[in-house]
Ligand binder design. Structure first.
Ligand code: GLY
Length: 311
């Protein structure tokens, strides 16, 4: 059998009581995502199918900040972002600020395959999802009690401390994103990323997770990568394509390239940054500068590995 590999992340950021109290549930959520991707690859399915299936599992799991379980914006609304890229032909699709779509990464894939564009946003993206017959859900489906309480806590803090926006960034605790990269038996790489973004974000704010070259990039010749963390910093450093460029132009191996990008090139960054990546030989690599990054991978039929904290 040719090598098949799936790797996922469930967000890089600060540790929190929510995470510590639900470690086993987070680990099994990562295992479920790996298993969804692995079973597709094992049957000879494509890396694009595998990353979509893995991300759908995480989007449907309310513990992760994507799809159901997305954090709320300043108006207590969910606004989601996602993207997907096929390393075979550089085809890609992306969606930003979308509501009601159960699986934003599936919408990103529909944009990639069934529209003449790459990137749709907001009401146009929702209209395209309707036209394509994608599953929609009422707003309440996406909102967990935990995320609503977080929103209320922040809203009360803002009322008591008007204009305290700088502090707000520091109080954000559970931001995350989900992502997947895969290598299929035909040697094709794919990457995808999906997020609810940042807690109490300004309405209309767009995450790196929907940006090709920032949150997501895949090229069969070099690597597939999905990023997580504070999107504004990932955008400043064009993280996904930056990794690709280090590998292609400097010839740096993937493990060294991930570490160089996060811990050397971006070492002065004061926000959270993390990524998972895979190269054409199926080597999996990751790096993060945060207290934790939920992550896991499975190579061929070997047992899967999942972790949350630094080794
Ligand atoms: N990386 C996800 C976000 O910034 O929203």
């Amino acid at each position: 059998m040719k090598k098949i590999v799936i790797a996922v992340h469930g967000g890089a950021g600060p540790d929190s009581a929510l995470i510590r109290e639900n470690i086993e549930a987070y680990q099994s959520g990562l295992e479920d995502a790996l298993s969804a991707g692995h079973s597709i690859l094992k049957k000879g399915g494509s890396s694009v199918d595998a990353v979509e299936a893995a991300i759908n599992m995480l989007e449907n799991n309310p513990l992760f900040n994507a799809g159901r379980g997305s954090v709320l914006n300043e108006h207590a609304q969910v606004e989601m972002d996602a993207s997907i890229m096929n390393g075979l032909d550089l085809n890609c699709g992306a969606v930003s600020v979308v509501q009601q779509v159960k699986n934003p990464v599936t919408l990103a894939r529909a944009i990639m395959e069934k529209s003449s564009h790459i990137y749709l946003g907001n009401s146009g993206a929702l209209a395209f999802a309707r036209q394509q017959g994608l599953e929609l859900r009422p707003d309440a489906y996406f909102i967990t009690e935990y995320n609503y309480n977080q929103y209320e806590e922040e809203a009360q803090h803002q009322t008591a401390n008007p204009g305290d926006a700088g502090e707000r960034q520091a109080r954000r605790k559970d931001h995350g994103t989900v992502g997947a990269v895969a290598l299929d038996e035909y040697g094709n790489l794919a990457a995808a990323t999906s997020t609810g973004g940042l807690e109490n974000k300004t309405s209309g704010r767009i995450a790196d997770s929907s940006m090709i070259g920032v949150g997501t990039y895949a090229d069969n010749k070099v690597c597939a990568v999905s990023c997580t963390g504070d999107g504004e910093y990932l955008m400043q450093h064009v993280a996904g394509f930056h990794l690709h460029a280090i590998m292609e132009y400097k010839g740096m191996p993937i493990v060294d390239a991930c570490n160089y990008l996060i811990h050397d090139r971006c070492k002065a960054v004061e926000g959270d940054m993390g990524l998972i990546a895979i190269d054409p030989s199926g080597t999996v690599a990751f790096a993060f500068n945060s207290e934790r990054m939920h992550r896991g991978w499975r190579i061929n039929d070997e047992p899967s590995e999942v972790s949350i904290y630094p080794e």
